[in-house]
Design a protein around this ligand. Structure first.
Ligand code: BG6
Length: 487
């Protein structure tokens, strides 16, 4: 819901937590530096520790120095620190929210509450804010993932929040939607007429979406072992990318228009059930291996780990979208921890030519490929055939690359990180980069069916050495369809 007030009381619940210190505070610094924070905007940190205003400011300065990627400008830091206020609230004590009520000023500023805490605390925050009488029609709630671990738990969280906030006040974060290159998928598709006609089953053979990570569990075994890569990455980040690649053109850039189209894709996903789960999915778990020459432990040997865990750190699957545009065009998705390299990309494989006029020298001409590099080395490349210059030897073709690197094309532009963009959009009241309730619930419903099928089939995850591209079965998943992963 947008409104005329530009200034915010941007309130971070869990301000001393990891996300806040690593991402939110450094992102607010960047917004300050870019002059994007309104002069009257304040940043209110909430936590349950006894801290003086001075100690709080010192801690935030320390976070900035530790977690900012580039050298920081002390003048900007000073400006940002002047906006900070600290309030002690025990989240489960409603009366303590009155301290926040005494500070916020809703005649002048919009109250934007960032729930940077575990979801089981969302209820307490909603109750507390309501109790203090500071939820007006303009107040916003920004929710961090995970929104549940299945359909039932996500409904429960959403119901809790809905007791106090209407859907137009709720901003569910998927940080991938804040990434520059993920947003660029919309520009690529809907600002280039060459793709308006070449983006369906007539020209596209299949699509691959890879989100490969080098990191392992990073001391998060307790959280990760309960969720696995499917809940941690597939249900949100990969499915959001999938919807942006597959959706119909929205009528405009309005939040509802975009989210309506994304939802239609989610609704058209063919369910994966016990009958198809073996043929369409692969679960993997890394064993000890080498990352860039360094020996690393396997998943079961990770610190704080459970040596009998059957949680997956890798998942690959074939997704079919049952609609007109994508009939018989499989989408292959894979994501895993401890893979060869960090790489997120979408690869569109176009169909083979209907007829080959170069048969004498080329039995089969390789198909065109569009690679959208989401991270790192952000850019777009198209693999196409060209004639090798020369005379007298007939026509020799060669695969060549049209390579657009964003850092070269937009040299000097500051590439905002995902949280900078999302914080700013939440402050401005633009919901298009946030996930609507029906989207999150529909994607859980689809994931639940896979999780249930895995449970029924009771197959342990397939092992893969750390530093590889995942289990061999993931290669077989595509090989069965006569295809192979982009590597
Ligand atoms: C988070 C997951 O949502 O995304 C992490 O919880 C994962 O497990 C991270 O490592 C990946 O994000 P990025 O931006 O580094 O690709």
């Amino acid at each position: 819901m947008s409104n005329s007030k530009k200034a915010c009381d941007f309130t971070i619940f869990g301000v001393l937590g990891d996300l806040s210190r690593r991402k939110l505070i450094p992102s607010l610094y960047q917004l300050e530096k870019a002059g994007l924070l309104d002069a009257d905007t304040r940043i209110i940190g909430v936590a349950r520790h006894e801290l003086s205003q001075e100690d709080f400011v010192a801690k935030m300065r320390e976070s900035l120095e530790k977690f900012s990627k580039k050298e920081i400008d002390q003048k900007v830091v000073e400006r940002l620190l002047l906006r900070l206020h600290y309030i002690l609230i025990n989240l489960d004590v409603p009366d303590e929210y009155n301290r926040l009520a005494e500070v916020v000023d809703q005649d002048k500023r919009v109250l934007v509450n960032y729930f940077s805490v575990a979801p089981f605390l969302f209820d307490d925050i909603c109750v507390g804010l309501d109790h203090a009488g500071i939820v007006t029609a303009e107040t916003r709630a920004v929710l961090e993932k995970p929104i549940g671990s299945d359909l039932a738990s996500s409904q429960e969280i959403n119901d809790t929040v809905a007791n106090v906030f209407t859907e137009s006040q709720v901003y569910r974060i998927d940080h991938y939607l804040g990434k520059e290159t993920v947003m660029n998928l919309l520009a690529l598709r809907f600002a280039n007429s060459i793709f308006t006609t070449n983006w369906d089953h007539n020209t596209i053979d299949h699509v691959q979406i890879t989100v490969a990570e080098e990191i392992g569990i990073e001391g998060r075994f307790g959280y990760f072992d309960k969720s696995g890569q499917t809940r941690d990455m597939l249900q949100n980040h990969l499915m959001q990318i999938l919807t942006l690649v597959a959706m119909e053109p929205p009528v405009d850039m309005d939040g509802e228009s975009i989210r309506n189209e994304k939802l239609k894709v989610l609704k058209a996903l063919r369910p994966i059930t016990i009958d198809t789960v073996d043929e369409k999915t692969v679960r993997g778990q890394y064993s000890a291996g080498y990352m860039k020459g360094q020996a690393v432990p396997g998943y079961l040997e990770e610190e704080g780990g459970n040596p009998h865990s059957t949680t997956e750190s890798f998942v690959a699957l074939r997704v079919d979208i049952d609609n007109w545009r994508w009939a018989d065009v499989p989408f292959y998705l894979r994501t895993g921890k401890r893979l060869t390299t960090k790489r997120s990309e979408v690869v569109i494989y176009f169909k083979h030519l209907p007829h080959n006029i170069f048969k004498s020298s080329y039995k089969k001409i390789p198909r065109n490929k569009l690679v959208i590099r989401l991270q790192p080395n952000e850019g777009v490349e198209i693999e196409m055939m060209n004639k090798v210059p020369g005379i007298g030897k007939g026509i020799k073709l060669q695969k060549t690359l049209l390579d657009l690197s964003f850092s070269d094309a937009f040299h000097g532009e500051h590439v905002a990180n995902a949280y900078e963009r999302l914080i700013l959009e939440a402050m401005m009241g633009n919901q298009s980069l946030f996930i609507r309730r029906d989207e999150v619930e529909r994607s859980w419903e689809w994931i639940d069916s896979i999780q249930n099928a895995w449970k029924q089939s009771n197959e342990p995850p397939k092992k893969y050495p750390a530093g590889s591209w995942g289990p061999v079965a993931s290669v077989a998943l595509l090989a069965r369809d006569g295809r192979e992963w982009e590597e």
